[in-house]
Design a protein around this ligand. Structure first.
Ligand code: GLN
Length: 496
């Protein structure tokens, strides 16, 4: 959505052909970060030296006649819950402050292999728990469209960094919407692949049956290119599927809007959704229909099931995953305790913020002996039911469209004292995680005050190709893109 930001694909082409150098591109990105990050707080850590060194290696390799990868010289930002060897990885939490992983996540290895240059780590809600990036222990990120508003979450730093043109592309993680919702609120593209598509090795676990890594980009084509680099089997993640990565970028060329059957759940455009969001999403669906797509109304209604089911499954898994931060094996240790239990209690008490504690308590309760059947087991049954409802819907349609989020970006502080209101932001995004489906948010318009609005598309599991094709059709059909976010006015020539 930032037309003056060159696309990652163009940048890589220019580096591969020798028209531009990787170091030149990386310096531009670092200058933009320096100019705008103090205002946005999208990055927790900028690795200027590492990025320059890598860019120079790439330039030298090209000079020596080596063929560079598909992302040659492309600056990329990583959500700070992705392990980077030797580079601090905090998950936005005090408990991991100073943690330098001894290894790279599989996605990080694949990005490096493709020639991408990691410029830094981005802000997030602590352990990816939240929808606004306000739950970071290191302070909130601002939305580039209006600095008094949230960028969404939990991958808010990555979304803001791409929207503001600090980097052309970034990675986030999505357990219940954390790529798609911030993409929607910041006016960029966000892809959550099918569960099992991309290795989770080196992604700090939140809800292991829900978590997926994916790209945040300005265009669907860039998302497709990153997806093809990241996807595919990995023996280090037992849940990673054996299918090889499809060439989704090439498949975009074969998109055919006239063959697209788009399911439109009536309930997703009704009560609880802000009028500006309904209007923008409807208008883009009408534009697709005018180009030949078939819109099919669906009775699919998950509004009563989605939030309770997700918040039982996700908190249960989180309570188990976060048990490892005890000051012994992982996490900072509180000083001055002679006994083990006292030390663990103090370490966890000081290291975790209020939302993380709330989730550990909720999840521990849902898994406890007396309540397991009533809560956790019930949630797994509801999850299976939702899977059957989606399977039935996908017998009639190729993709399902909903708003990504019921509202555009909200003011910082508006929902932070009201967890239930915050959880309700996720009503459209959590089903894809519960069912394992791929989901994509594409900018489709703006509210009256100029805040971006995203349309979410979902497809059958492992059918990212159709999903991305539908997303590209939406880009073709939608009204004019939004232009540059106002944050650019602050950059005195520093940013592109
Ligand atoms: N907003 C959701 C939550 O708070 C989703 C978070 C995510 O996808 N990581 O759990």
């Amino acid at each position: 959505m930032s037309p003056s930001t060159p696309s990652a694909l163009d940048l890589a082409t220019s580096v591969r052909s020798g028209e531009r150098t990787a170091i030149d591109i990386v310096e531009e990105s670092l200058a933009a970060i320096e100019a705008l990050n103090p205002k946005l707080r999208a990055f927790l850590k900028v690795d200027g030296n590492g990025a320059r060194q890598r860019a120079e290696e790439l330039d030298a390799a090209r000079q020596a006649g080596e063929t560079l990868g598909p992302l040659a010289g492309v600056p990329i930002a990583l959500k700070d819950n992705l392990c980077t060897r030797g580079l601090e990885t905090t998950c936005g939490s005090r408990i991991l402050e100073g943690y330098r992983p001894p290894y790279d996540a599989t996605v990080v290895e694949r990005l490096r292999g493709a020639g991408a240059v990691i410029v830094g780590k981005t802000n997030l809600d602590e352990f990816a728990m939240g929808s606004s990036t306000e739950n970071s222990a290191f302070g909130p990120t601002s939305n580039p469209w209006d600095a008094s508003r949230v960028p969404g979450g939990s991958s808010g730093g990555s979304a803001a960094a791409v929207a503001a043109g600090l980097v052309p592309v970034a990675l986030g993680s999505d357990t219940g919407g954390s790529i798609r919702q911030p993409a929607s609120l910041c006016g960029v593209v966000g892809l959550k692949p099918s569960y099992g598509r991309i290795s989770r090795f080196g992604l700090v676990a939140f809800g292991s049956s829900l978590d997926q890594i994916g790209p945040l980009t300005s265009t669907v084509a860039e998302a497709a290119a990153l997806f093809s680099v990241l996807a595919g089997p990995d023996p280090r993640d037992g849940t990673c599927d054996e299918r090889p990565a499809p060439d989704s970028l090439a498949a975009l060329e074969k998109r055919d809007v006239s063959r697209l059957r788009i399911g439109v759940p009536r309930a997703a455009f009704g009560a609880g959704v802000e009028a500006s969001v309904t209007a923008a999403c409807r208008a883009s669906l009408d534009a697709l229909s005018a180009r030949g797509a078939r819109l099919i109304d669906l009775d699919l209604d998950w509004s009563d099931l989605a939030i309770p089911t997700y918040y039982l499954v996700a908190t249960s898994e989180a309570s188990s995953n976060l048990a490892r931060y005890d000051g012994v094996r992982y996490g900072s240790r509180a000083a001055g305790h002679e006994d083990l239990i006292g030390m663990i209690t103090a370490s966890r008490g000081a290291g975790f913020g209020p939302e993380v504690k709330r989730r550990i308590l909720l999840g521990t309760y849902a898994l406890s002996a007396g309540y397991y059947d009533a809560y956790y087991r019930k949630a797994t049954q509801a999850r299976a039911l939702m899977g059957r409802q989606f399977a039935a819907a996908f017998e009639q349609v190729d993709v399902i469209a909903t708003p990504t989020s019921p509202t555009p970006a909200f003011p910082i502080g508006e929902k932070s004292e009201d967890p239930l209101q915050m959880y309700l932001c996720d009503v459209f995004s959590v089903p894809a995680n519960l069912v394992g489906l791929p989901g994509l948010s594409v900018p489709c318009g703006a509210s009256a005050d100029g805040l971006p609005i995203g349309l979410q598309l979902m497809a059958r599991r492992f059918d990212e190709t159709t999903l991305l094709q539908a997303g590209a059709c939406l880009e073709d059909a939608r009204p004019e893109p939004l232009g540059l976010p106002p944050i650019h006015r602050l950059a005195k020539g520093g940013a592109r």
